[in-house]
Every structure is written in structure tokens, then in C-alpha cells.
Write a protein that binds this ligand. Structure first.
Ligand code: GLV
Ligand code: MN
Ligand code: MN
Ligand code: MN
Length: 428
């Protein structure tokens, strides 16, 4: 690809970092917890208010809005050559419980600012430029990540999505229909979101790093080369429970202790690979009935296992499954293992990496090529389009916590790099 240089309009391209931060701050107020904590769960009132706000910003930026049945929101800046696919950018605005205000949101609000700036500078894209907000990147309400991008890329089946219920027993389709998205069947729902091959020529996502490397090395921009392979398992142990005083130790089959052993096995198997790229987390651990004087009858674990090396990640998953079985047998408890997802890693497109690096260079910014250890909608967009990611530093690498922070300067720079990258990829 030829790298577009904003020759005549370069000086006119003005990115307002403070405006982006002000908009992110406003967006953060749509939260189930008090700021600075942000909690925004799919299709809840706060999620719907955030969606309205995003659409309002898209409209102000002069973008044409379209929404699919899954609730993915698109804002389009029309290109001059309708025979070409679009250059798409975007991220998510949902937030796990007690998260911060930059994860995902930067890639939506920042992208709107980038497109607005290009428009204002008089830039005429050849490929259409589109910014989008994905539905539910976080595995919160339906315990499944990247729901919107999985659907767009064809990585989601009706059978699987319909099997997912939230904690109140509500299905995805019911939840979507209740807020004005959705469809009459899962088949139609997914069909509506599916993106035909050739429709998107490039996908780029701007995101905070969520790790400490850029800050530590004083680099301005991360050029992402690959995204680590995520997997999630749900494990349940069931025992007989009993009275904490009267049920004697030799007679117990304590489901809580089986869970505790498995959590330690996750750590052991992850460390056993010998690679720092292997990570394993038991982030959900619930025991029932949850009374101090009752032997746990039930344990429910949510386990997250990731690696840059997909094959090695698969081996860790297998070892954890084997441990669950061994522990259940030895402790005489019943167990079930449900695979929530086990996705391959993604490789970022080299032309996009070049475009990002060139854009940074043009702005006098330093770069670092790096992998993304967190997953993103980019993981799935990479299945249907050449995909790349732009990282900016965040304080101490903090993310998924209320004190997540990126500076106005880093945000301004990231958005500027995104704008130049979009222009380059658009071929205008
Ligand atoms: C996304 O939030 C992730 O867990 O990587
Ligand atoms: Mn996140
Ligand atoms: Mn994110
Ligand atoms: Mn994420």
C-alpha cells in the first residue's frame, strides 16, 4: 500500500485530546457503580444511555449511523470509490464490574474524533471510513466475550448463542429485543450481523495497552503484531454438603476444597510451561450454600487461560481439564467442565503495522512492536479483514480497575496516529 500523507491538509488536521477526555468522562457517568469505577453491562439502562451518547457524537461528527440486529453501531464517512471495501475502526463501550473509563471507550470516542478531524480538514476518503461500537466485548452479562465481533465474523452459531442465558435466565435474543435490537430468530439475528467477505478492506482498533511496557520503555505508540489466544472454562463441583460441626472430616466430600485445589492447579499448569506468555486465572470462584457453618456443596469456577502460542495454550487447557477430573475422583465429588471459548491467536496485518509506524514517525512519535496479551474485537475482525491495533500507554499498566488512566497527551497522540492511519488505508 502507498502511505497517504496528508499533504495539503496535514496542518489542518487538528485532534483535540482534551475533548476526547471530556467525552470519555461524560461516557463514564453512565455506570452502575459510582465513578471513578465504571460498570456497564450489555443492554442495561446505562449501556443504552452510553449508546445514545455515542450515536449523538457520531451524528455531530457528520457520520451516517447504522445499527445491526446484534446492537453493533456504525458511523460512516462515505468514500469516493464505492467499488472498494471500507476502512473500519472501533472498539467497545461495555465495562466489566468496577472497571475504568478508557478500556474500549477510547477506541470508539477517539475514532469519532479522528474521523471528525479528517472531515473538518477537508479530507476526501477513497475507501469509506467507518467507526463502530461493538456489542459486548466483555464476557459479563452472557459470560461470552466479543459477542458482536464474533457474530460479524461468523464465529458464532445460533445453537451456541441461544444456549447462553444471563443470571436471570434471560436469553440474548430476549435481551436484545427488549431494547429495540434483535430479531425473531437467532438465525436472522446472526445473519443480519454477518459481514460478507470484501466489505471491510482494513480494520484498525485503538486501545490502551492494559499493560506496563510502553510506559516503562517511554514509548509513545504500540504497534500490535499479534493478539494472544484466549480460552475460558466453567467448572462445577458438586458434593453432599453437610453440617460444619456434625459432619466428620473423613465423611466429607467438600466441593469448595475441590475448587480450591483446581484453582491452584490452574496456577501450577500455567507456570509449568516456563513461558511468561502463559497466563491462567481463576477469576470466578463461588461456593454454595455460602454459610460459615455448612460444608460447601457446590463450587463454581470461571477459569481464563491465555497464551501467545495457541498450541501451548491448548495443552494448558487440557491439563486443567485432567486436573478437574482427577480432583473430582479423588474427592468423590461430581464435576462438569464447560468450554466457554477456546479461540486461536490473531496475527496483525503487516501493511497496517507499516501504516501505523509511518503515521507515528510523521508525528515524531516513538513506537514499539508488541503483542496484545488482552483480547479485543480485533481478534475476530482478523478473521474477515486485514486487522491491526494501535496501543497507547496507560499508567502502571492498570486496567480492569477504577484507577485505569491514560494522559490527555497520550490520547491525543493515539487518536492522531489513528487518523493518519485511517487516511493512509483509505487511499484518498
Ligand atoms: C478483555 O477485556 C480481556 O479480558 O482481554
Ligand atoms: Mn476489558
Ligand atoms: Mn477493551
Ligand atoms: Mn478487552
Amino acid at each position: 500500500i502507498s502511505i497517504f500523507v496528508l499533504t495539503s491538509s496535514a496542518e489542518k488536521l487538528s485532534i483535540d485530546g482534551q475533548r476526547v477526555v471530556d467525552q470519555l468522562t461524560k461516557l463514564a457517568t453512565f455506570s452502575d457503580h459510582q465513578n471513578p469505577a465504571v460498570t456497564r453491562i450489555l443492554f442495561t439502562p446505562n449501556d443504552m444511555m452510553a449508546r445514545s451518547y455515542v450515536k449523538e457524537l457520531m451524528t455531530s461528527a457528520g457520520l451516517t449511523i447504522r445499527e445491526d440486529a446484534m446492537g453493533n453501531i456504525f458511523g460512516r464517512f462515505e468514500g469516493s470509490d464505492a467499488t472498494l471495501g471500507s476502512v473500519l475502526t472501533g472498539s467497545h463501550c461495555d465495562a466489566i464490574p468496577l472497571a475504568g473509563m478508557y478500556d474500549g471507550t477510547l477506541g470508539v470516542i477517539g475514532a469519532i474524533e479522528a474521523l471528525a478531524a479528517l472531515k473538518k480538514a477537508g479530507y476526501k476518503p477513497r475507501r469509506a471510513l467507518e467507526v463502530m461500537m461493538f456489542t459486548s466485548e466483555e464476557p459479563t452479562r452472557f459470560a461470552l466475550s466479543c459477542v458482536g465481533s464474533r457474530a460479524m465474523s461468523g464465529a458464532l452459531t445460533s445453537e451456541y448463542l441461544s444456549s447462553k442465558l444471563d443470571e436471570n435466565g434471560t436469553s440474548f435474543l430476549e435481551a436484545a429485543n427488549a431494547v429495540g435490537y434483535g430479531s425473531s430468530t437467532y438465525h436472522q439475528l446472526l445473519q443480519d450481523a454477518l459481514v460478507p467477505k470484501g466489505k471491510i478492506d482494513y480494520f484498525v482498533e485503538l486501545h490502551i495497552e492494559q499493560g506496563p511496557e510502553l510506559e516503562k520503555e517511554s514509548k509513545d505508540i504500540g504497534v500490535v503484531t499479534a493478539i494472544a489466544a484466549p480460552a475460558a472454562l466453567k467448572v462445577e463441583f458438586h458434593g453432599d454438603g453437610g453440617h460444619a460441626g456434625a459432619q466428620l472430616m473423613p465423611l466429607r466430600n467438600d466441593a469448595g476444597l475441590a475448587g480450591a485445589e483446581l484453582a491452584l492447579a490452574v496456577e501450577r499448569h500455567t507456570l509449568a510451561t516456563g513461558s511468561v506468555d502463559s497466563v491462567g486465572t481463576t477469576g470466578v470462584f463461588e461456593i454454595k450454600p455460602g454459610a460459615v457453618n455448612s460444608v460447601p456443596r457446590e463450587a463454581r469456577l470461571g477459569i481464563d487461560i491465555r497464551d501467545i502460542d495457541g498450541v501451548r495454550r491448548d495443552k494448558t487447557v487440557e491439563s486443567v481439564r485432567a486436573s478437574a477430573k482427577e480432583i473430582a475422583e479423588r474427592r468423590n465429588v461430581r464435576h462438569t467442565v464447560t468450554l466457554v471459548n477456546q479461540d486461536p491467536p490473531a496475527i496483525c496485518n503487516s501493511d497496517i503495522q507499516t501504516a501505523v509506524a509511518e503515521a507515528a514517525k510523521e508525528l515524531g512519535l516513538s513506537t514499539k512492536s508488541m503483542v496484545s496479551r488482552a483480547y479485543h474485537d480485533s481478534l475476530f475482525m482478523a478473521r474477515i479483514a486485514p486487522t491491526g491495533m494501535i496501543f497507547i500507554p496507560c499508567k502502571n499498566g492498570y486496567s480492569h480497575r477504577p484507577d485505569e488512566f491514560s494522559s490527555v497527551k497520550d490520547i491525543q497522540q493515539g487518536v492522531h496516529v489513528l487518523a493518519l492511519t485511517m487516511a493512509a488505508l483509505s487511499g484518498g
